[in-house]
Design a binder for this molecule. Structure first.
Ligand code: SAM
Length: 320
């Protein structure tokens, strides 16, 4: 293939080797220009406003890769020209949204942070069920995977809740949200290659997945109706204050998301997530994502290798 456009050049460069080396692929020049310090400063500000993501100098290469992916589609080769095109657009413009999608890292897996899922299954869910029974509250439980990528975390939360003996007579609803529409489409489909199920315990695999017919040797597994009917997926931008808080969540997982935000955005997002929790509800962040930071209204508790942020109950007014 001859590289006649920036998109062709990138395709040729990618096709020339399987993985990205530090300075391009052997024998084929990396077509992407270097991001200068002034380019970086311009984009950093624009992208932070758009989706909260932070690109310090150490993540310059990921930023360049995402920008190039979008600008090469428009035949542009200078970051400044793409900036001039994108900056005046409103935040909801399709190109601005597509850029955020290209820049957001969507790496995920089932039961990714095992200690969190262990604490969820063995402590948090049984305690919530017991409290609900004691107080005579509704036999329903709501969980939210905020920044769910292609759905693995959402389905993992649903499997944990559906197999919790104390919740056997409760209805379980799990919501997965993300800014990336392509990832959400994949999540809704619920088809995963066999290797993606490596972290799924065998008993769960047997109960919640069916092997689909597929031409690939490895095979594809699809979530079954029981699992599918307990989850739903929606677009939600966590950095936008007006993007609609979901009230009264019993459990929120927001793992490996705020780590990519600047400190001030991270604090705001976590505080808003806290407002979405029901009293005694728990927020699970990723390891090390907010350690040592006080979040108003949330109490940090250490439990078996993870920190849970629990929403405090409102203090009852003193009796006269
Ligand atoms: C690294 S993945 C983590 C997925 C999953 N939580 C896990 O731990 O495996 C981060 C996800 O957060 C999403 N994300 C990043 N910024 C976001 C924002 N401002 N609003 C909503 N989702 C966002 C990305 O699109 C991506 O799918």
């Amino acid at each position: 293939m001859d590289a006649t456009t920036p998109a062709d050049a990138l395709a040729l460069w990618i096709a020339s080797a399987g993985s990205e080396g530090p300075g391009g692929y052997e024998g084929v020049a990396d077509p992407r220009p270097e991001l200068s310090a002034s380019d970086l400063a311009l984009w950093e500000e624009l992208i932070r406003e758009q989706c909260g993501l932070h690109f310090p100098d150490t993540r310059k290469r990921s930023l360049g890769r995402g920008l190039w992916q979008r600008m090469s589609l428009q035949g542009l080769t200078r970051y400044q020209d793409y900036y001039n095109r994108v900056a005046p657009l409103p935040a909801h413009d399709p190109e601005r949204r597509a850029l955020a999608e290209a820049l957001a890292n969507g790496e995920t897996s089932f039961f990714r942070h095992k200690p969190s899922f262990k604490v969820l299954s063995s402590r948090v869910l049984p305690a919530l069920a017991e409290e609900r029974r004691r107080s005579g509250g509704p036999k329903s439980i709501t969980l939210w995977s905020a920044g769910c990528s292609s759905g693995e975390e959402t389905y993992s939360m649903a499997m944990a809740a559906l197999t919790c003996p104390e919740l056997h007579d409760f209805s379980v609803t799990v919501l997965g949200t993300d800014l990336n529409r392509r990832a959400l489409y994949k999540a809704r489909q619920g088809h995963y290659p066999a290797r993606a199920l490596a972290g799924v315990p065998d008993a769960y695999r047997r109960r919640f997945f069916v092997r689909s017919s597929s031409s690939s040797e490895e095979g594809v597994y699809s979530v079954n109706d029981e699992l599918r009917s307990s989850v739903r997926f929606e677009v939600l931008w966590l950095n936008a204050p007006a993007s609609g808080l979901l009230p009264w969540q019993d459990v929120i997982f927001c793992q490996n998301v705020v780590i990519y935000f600047r400190d001030d955005t991270r604090g705001d997002v976590v505080e808003r997530l806290g407002h979405s929790l029901a009293p005694d509800g728990c927020l699970f962040l990723g390891p090390g994502e907010m350690v040592g930071v006080d979040v108003p209204g949330l109490r940090a508790e250490w439990a078996d290798g993870c920190v849970i942020h629990r929403r405090s109950r409102p203090v009852a007014p003193e009796q006269p």
